[in-house]
Design a protein around this ligand. Structure first.
Ligand code: JDQ
Length: 248
């Protein structure tokens, strides 16, 4: 998978070299490009923001640097539909070509199901807004040319898209085959089967007066499976009943 990020804080993503995804990049499973929006400004102050039409508080990100930056990335897309100079700027098929993702409090909620879908894509481009957001025409323009999604990390307000993109890349990246060592661990864990995880324990068997549940020391793998499933259901009923199937 190819991932491009446009941001005014490219250093924010340096940490991706160290994390789980660093290995995936070294092995070529994930190609990452981090692009500074200010590289596509031409005024002496490298301005990326301006006052809002209609008035109001704060600043809005100007469309021109976004257009120049995103066009440069789209020009390198491996898909000929977006690379061919004769077709660049023309509409592309709705089900191929890169997906352009803008984190936004007004977006669709990011979920494990969305992470799963996005992990199957060849090329994701993330646009990190700041200030009060990006001029609406950027989303409108690229929606005319291809697939664009506004995605919310959750119902709280961040200062910009960077933290949301970091979370999404971590959730998506680990679903790419080969990025996580043990593929079984992906099916077993929270949200993949709609239930929360069962509690885990390791040595010692007794710690500060707290014992590991005896069934886990029994060697009875049938009993262990049943106990773990029970724990998942109890935990989910207690803290996330909304995840359980509705019983009319
Ligand atoms: C931007 C902002 C609108 C404050 C600017 C760009 N889930 C989620 N929460 N917050 C964001 C995403 C997010 C994403 C991009 C952003 C916030 N801001 C700040 C924008 C109203 C208020």
């Amino acid at each position: 998978m190819r991932i491009d990020i446009v941001t005014i804080f490219p250093e924010f993503f340096d940490v991706l070299d160290l994390s789980l995804l660093g290995k995936a990049r070294q092995s070529g499973l994930i190609e990452l490009g981090v692009h500074n929006l200010r590289d596509h400004t031409h005024d002496r102050h490298h301005s990326v923001d301006d006052t809002p039409y209609g008035g109001g508080a704060g600043m809005v990100m100007k469309p021109e640097p976004w257009g120049a930056s995103l066009d440069a990335i789209l020009g390198t897309d491996p898909d000929p539909a977006t690379t061919d100079p004769a077709t660049t700027g023309m509409p592309i098929a709705a089900d191929d070509g890169p997906i352009l993702i803008f984190p936004s409090p007004a977006g669709d909620q990011f979920t494990q199901a969305m992470a799963r879908e996005l992990s199957l894509e060849q090329h994701l481009i993330f646009g990190c807004g700041r200030y009060e957001g990006i001029d609406q025409r950027v989303v409108d323009h690229y929606s005319q040319r291809g697939r664009v999604r506004l995605v919310s990390l959750g119902d709280y307000v961040l200062n910009g898209g960077e933290v949301a993109v970091m979370a999404m890349i971590e959730a998506i990246g680990r679903l790419i085959p080969g990025v996580v060592g043990n593929p079984l661990s992906l099916v077993e864990e929270s949200h993949e089967d709609g239930l929360l995880e069962y509690p885990s324990y390791t040595k010692p068997a007794s710690w500060r007066g707290l014992d590991v549940p005896p069934v886990l020391l029994s060697g009875n793998h049938g009993a262990i499976s049943i106990w773990r499933r029970q724990q998942q259901i109890e935990r989910t009923e207690r803290v996330r009943p909304d995840l359980l199937p509705r019983t009319i």
